[in-house]
Ligand binder design. Structure first.
Ligand SMILES: [Zn+2]
Length: 132
């Protein structure tokens, strides 16, 4: 089973979670939202302040793009499914149930990506304030 790395930028600690479930973990130590980190990005050493600023900027821009793309895709799916649903006659019960299940799943993913974007903003804000 594939797993993904999440980092708490407050504690500077990472944890791996299975990637299958749509959820955004919170740090068990400080309850901050944990931020997804692409597996090829290397976490700096605890005491490397500059390294952490650069790491936050890199992860932040990567995640922002990923979230934007994903929100757009999922929103498009939702619009298409809703349009399909409108065209169906009430007698197409089986199809209606199938589409409603897909809609529910897409709405969960939309919520996931919105939370993902919000978690990403928590690490970008302090970096933006310090930028010269
Ligand atoms: Zn923490």
């Amino acid at each position: 089973m594939q797993s993904a790395m999440f980092v708490c930028f407050a504690c500077k600690k990472s944890r791996r979670y299975r990637a299958a479930a749509p959820r955004n973990p919170t740090c068990q130590a400080c309850k901050s939202p944990m931020v997804y980190v692409f597996h090829k990005f290397e976490m700096p050493k605890q005491e490397d302040r500059k390294g952490w600023q650069e790491f936050a900027a890199k992860v932040g821009s990567y995640n922002s793009e990923l979230a934007e793309r994903s929100v757009a895709n999922v929103s498009k799916n939702i619009r298409q499914l809703e349009a399909k649903l409108k065209k169906l006659l009430p007698t197409n019960r089986k199809q209606i149930i199938e589409i409603e299940a897909l809609l529910a799943s897409n709405k969960k993913w939309l919520e996931y990506w919105e939370q993902f974007a919000a978690a990403t903003r928590t690490i970008l804000k302090p970096a933006a304030r310090k930028a010269k």
